[in-house]
Write a protein that binds this ligand. Structure first.
Ligand SMILES: NC(=O)c1ccc[n+]([C@@H]2O[C@H](COP(=O)([O-])OP(=O)(O)OC[C@H]3O[C@@H](n4cnc5c(N)ncnc54)[C@H](OP(=O)(O)O)[C@@H]3O)[C@@H](O)[C@H]2O)c1
Length: 327
């Protein structure tokens, strides 16, 4: 089968598309013909050897995808060849076939295209977990989303609206803000040109944002936190800007506010029933048209360098999708 192979940790330019043996089916696993795979920031970090998880070399990168069940291993129940499914794994999705433990595989609605399903889990499941279980976002609250046109950011804009919040999108260009508005944002702040703290205060009549969704880090985190409302929740999602910010602890004290960590992968492993319920809610909202996952680009496996560049050079909006079987 054709796959992207990482033979040593380093820049993503070193990756190659190779012809390799398909992985072996083991008890408790499912073989999937991968129709589409989602590219995520952790895939970049993983290839560079900068992620918390370092797979044994060589490995096929790719943490999520969607396709058709081909074969089921001994002891697997609930799946049959031909089922349309999505899956998440630490690696293995950037290939024509993958083998995944059955508990990481979920059947998808007939109406959901593979390229949408492939990029759904990591961004939407992270964001729904962040908003429901971690922030306990309430209808009528104000949600500020940093990096609002990116993968997790755009998903959060839609989910915030679906949950009845007023959504303020913050991003680095007018085009990115226009996309966030198309996906439901009520207001936009261009934080490359405007003062983030001052604009959030202005847009909330001085009250501040009840919930801040922060996948970016760097200098934006403190500026946003300084505009948090009384009893606000600042969700720590990630550090796409590259720098892990430090915050003086008098700031949460003065606002009676919380800094709330979000680790979707650990949540899904520790609380599978709650994660499964979140996924079913996402499928329902997709079928009702309340979420409209945005795929901004689709690439063949051979064109992966362009796909990785979109993400690393801050050009991606919504999801970047790879098509192992050529589309
Ligand atoms: N905690 C969890 O469970 C969890 C789950 C999934 C993802 N994450 C993390 O969330 C973060 C975002 O992931 P994503 O897939 O949404 O990525 P993404 O699509 O690339 O979005 C990240 C956004 O960050 C902003 N950004 C600022 N400086 C950047 C830089 N130097 N390079 C790239 N982007 C920059 C960009 O928006 P502007 O240009 O508008 O600033 C970009 O749209 C990552 O750190 C990822 O590891 C965490």
């Amino acid at each position: 089968m054709k796959a992207i192979v990482c033979r040593e940790f380093g820049p993503e330019e070193n990756l190659k598309v190779e012809e390799i043996e398909p992985p072996a089916l083991k008890p408790g696993t499912v073989r999937i013909a991968v129709e589409a795979a989602g590219l995520n920031f952790p895939d970049l970090l993983c290839v560079r050897g900068q992620y918390q998880f370092k797979p044994p070399l060589p490995f096929v990168p790719g943490g999520e995808g969607a396709g058709i069940v081909q074969e089921i291993g001994e002891g697997v129940e609930g799946f049959s060849p031909g089922d349309r499914v999505l899956f998440t794994e630490l690696a293995g999705a950037f290939a024509e076939q993958t083998v995944v433990t059955a508990d990481k595989v979920v059947k998808i609605p007939d109406s959901m295209p593979f390229d949408v399903a492939a990029g759904l889990t990591i961004v939407y499941a992270t964001s729904i977990h962040a908003l429901r279980q971690r922030a306990r976002l309430q209808a009528g609250e104000t949600l500020l989303v940093l990096g609002a046109a990116g993968g997790v950011g755009l998903a959060t804009v839609e989910l915030g609206k679906a949950m009845g919040a007023r959504v303020i999108a913050a991003a680095s260009s007018p085009e990115k803000l226009a996309l966030a508005r198309e996906h439901g944002a009520d207001e936009g702040i261009d934080y490359a040109r405007e003062d983030l703290k001052a604009r959030v205060k202005e847009l909330t009549g001085g009250r501040g944002a009840d919930v801040i969704y922060d996948p970016v880090g760097g200098d934006y985190s403190e500026a946003a936190f300084r505009a948090i409302a009384w009893e606000g929740r600042h969700l720590v999602i990630g550090f796409a800007a590259g720098e892990i910010p430090r915050l003086a602890l008098n700031l949460p004290l003065l606002k009676g506010a919380s800094i709330v960590g979000v680790f979707w992968g650990a949540f899904a492993a520790r609380e599978p029933a709650a994660h499964a319920e979140n996924m079913q809610m996402l499928f329902r909202w997709f079928e009702e048209g309340r979420i409209r996952p945005h795929v901004s680009a689709r690439y063949r496996l051979e064109d992966f360098p362009a796909a990785f560049r979109d993400l690393s050079q801050r050009r991606a909006t919504g999801k970047i999708i790879l098509l192992p079987s050529g589309g």
